[in-house]
Write a protein that binds this ligand. Structure first.
Ligand code: TYM
Length: 327
């Protein structure tokens, strides 16, 4: 059975891009594969954060993952920082990646550009991500389009390590959905929808109520034409709405356009489809949020299952690297 691994950061609030680009695939893949999913709290430390908010966001994100349909009996769901193996393996990944490779990462360039404080961890972030993936002998990594470069780096690290020290790591591949892989901001359709624009009119949060969703779609930026047509380069706003409508209703963007004549109708149809997708997720989330102790119990079970795999891989890595065995 194939091994699937992916992760999500507990910074900001989960949004529609996370759901359509990644989480829906995570849920689908837990039936076909041995699936391991992780809330990557250590990655959240790469930017300034508030400790109380991080603690709350980590648990709340785990509840969102269960609410979207991850089943703790069918997949392993855990918090990265509950295992010491990830940080230990990350050091080894840093020593395997080159400075030039890390410097070429576009996410680092985007996040460091103009920031007051750029941590060393922000620079080595993709090495920790490679550790996450490679510790689980991962075959497939379901992610949105923006993570493609990081997965490529994890592949390159695995191949280099295997070449230098003998077969150690499985070389993973990214799995990117045909629709919804890059959901754009509703106000700035040239930018991807993102968590950092918390509360902004261009981001649909998973826990937004129907009125807020309706309002955000009504105000979505389109263009000065009137034709509903899928053309991402020429009509980014309209095309983003069609992509969302298609992804929410299981169709391609072009199919979603059939029968819609006016921008107002497109916005209303997209809002309605998204509200329907989110309704059951929100109901389950509120049930789970009422019982934090149960969430923590599920995460402890997940951490034990994850540790069994990760520690075996790390033993193999240490041996092949020539680290003196611990007795
Ligand atoms: P993160 O937390 O930013 O995003 C989680 C997942 O959501 C996808 N995504 C999107 N998909 C479509 N449209 C968007 N606008 C959009 N925004 C985000 C992301 O592609 C991602 O799949 N570095 C990762 C977390 C990570 C990870 C890993 C992922 C850490 N270790 C190991 C895979 C494997 C991140 O910051 O994702």
């Amino acid at each position: 059975m194939a091994r699937v691994f992916s992760g999500i950061k507990p910074t900001g609030s989960v949004h529609l891009g996370n759901l359509l680009g990644a989480l829906r695939n995570w849920v689908a893949m837990q039936d076909e594969a041995d699936a391991v999913y992780c809330v990557v709290d250590l990655h959240a430390l790469t930017v300034p954060h508030d400790p109380d908010e991080l603690r709350a966001a980590t648990r709340s994100l785990a509840q969102v993952l269960f609410a979207v349909g991850l089943d703790p009996d069918r997949s392993t769901v855990f918090v990265q920082g509950h295992l010491t193996e990830h940080a230990e393996c990350a050091w080894i990944m840093e020593c395997t990646a080159s400075f030039g490779e890390l410097r070429r990462m576009t996410q680092f360039k985007d996040k460091s550009d103009g920031a007051d404080f750029v941590s060393g961890g922000l620079f080595t972030y993709p090495a920790l991500q490679a550790a996450d993936i490679l510790l689980y002998d991962t075959d497939q990594v379901p992610v949105g389009e923006d993570q493609r470069q990081h997965i490529e780096l994890a592949r390159d690290i695995a191949v280099r390590f295997n070449g230098r020290y003998g077969e150690t790591f499985v070389v993973p591949e990214a799995v990117i959905p045909p629709a919804g892989a890059r959901v754009m901001d509703l106000q700035h359709p040239e930018n991807k929808m993102s968590k950092s624009d918390d509360g902004a009119a261009g981001t649909i949060l998973l826990l937004d109520d129907p009125a807020a969703i309706d309002r955000k779609f009504k105000r979505a930026v389109t263009d000065s034409e009137t034709e509903v047509r899928y053309d991402p380069a020429g009509k980014p706003g309209v095309s983003n709405l069609l992509s969302i409508l298609g992804a929410a209703t299981g169709r391609s963007p072009a199919e979603a356009a059939v029968g819609i004549e006016r921008y107002g109708d497109l916005k209303a149809a997209t809002a309605e489809a998204v509200i329907e997708v989110l309704r059951p997720v929100q109901e389950r989330y509120h049930e789970l949020a009422a019982d934090p102790a149960e969430t923590d119990r599920l995460l402890a079970v997940g951490a034990d299952k994850a540790r069994a795999v990760a520690s075996a891989t790390l033993d193999r890595v240490r041996t092949n690297l020539g680290l003196l065995p611990r007795t």
